[in-house]
Design a binder for this molecule. Structure first.
Ligand SMILES: O=C(O)c1ccccc1N[C@@H]1O[C@H](COP(=O)(O)O)[C@@H](O)[C@H]1O
Length: 219
């Protein structure tokens, strides 16, 4: 596959196995108490053993303190940290320096000007994750199953490494790839049967849809 695929919010061996079998380049674990996908560092550490040498294990946190990040890093030994809150460029730099790990900074998008929000992070974040701005009453900053207008990414400088996220699923992934042509994809709710419950069959279906869309574009 010419792009990376991250399956996020994993909590079970079965879902993780489906993600790896499908060819995920990244798997994500959520460390945010209000999320139905929340997992504790020790359990994520157990699950991530199966990931070594096959994919990158990503720890997702939201405005986490150093103490919490210390516990996450010690517990699961992630390959990458995803910062999904309001972390400033200075905070991103400090986190990178403290753990010596690559950082993916999530940025909320609803309109064209939001894409420019990446500018202060250039040269600081290793990768970006463009996710839909959460609905007004949402409790979660991500994982809401909401999409944004993917055409907003079409003109982005090709040197910017990012993942497209927010409301992706097997039905809309073809259109998302066509409109945004992203270097990476990230999905969570779209492969769940209920909030926080990953469905291995939906994960498999998602990979099939991505492959079909990619083959279509190559033909
Ligand atoms: O998924 C969550 O519960 C979550 C909680 C806190 C921060 C980020 C979270 N999820 C991230 O959002 C994307 C998009 O999710 P979805 O596909 O729209 O449901 C997800 O992949 C995570 O990176």
């Amino acid at each position: 596959m010419a792009f990376d695929i991250k399956i996020c919010g994993l909590k079970t061996d079965a879902a993780l196995a489906a993600a790896l079998a499908g060819g995920a380049s990244h798997v994500g674990f959520i460390f945010f108490a209000k999320s139905p996908r929340n997992i504790d560092p020790a359990e994520a550490g157990r699950l991530r053993q199966a990931v070594r040498g096959r994919a990158k294990a990503v720890a997702v946190s939201v405005d986490a303190t150093d103490a919490f990040l210390d516990a996450i890093v010690a517990g699961m030994q992630p390959d990458m940290l995803q910062l999904h809150g309001r972390e400033t460029p200075e905070r991103v730099a400090a986190v990178k320096a403290r753990y010596g790990l690559p950082v993916m900074k999530a940025l909320p998008v609803s309109e064209a000007s939001d894409i420019a929000g990446l500018k202060p992070y250039l040269g600081v974040a290793d990768r970006f994750l463009f996710d839909a701005k959460p609905p007004k009453d949402a409790v979660l900053p991500g994982g809401n199953g909401v999409a944004f207008d993917w055409r907003l990414l079409a003109g982005l400088d090709a040197r910017i490494d990012y993942m497209l996220s927010g409301g992706l699923n097997a039905s809309n992934i073809g259109e998302a790839l066509r409109l945004a042509n992203p270097p990476g994809l990230d999905v969570s709710s779209g492969v769940e049967s209920a909030p926080g419950i990953k469905d291995p069959a939906l994960i498999e279906q998602f990979f099939r849809a991505v492959k079909a869309a990619a083959d279509n574009r190559a033909a």
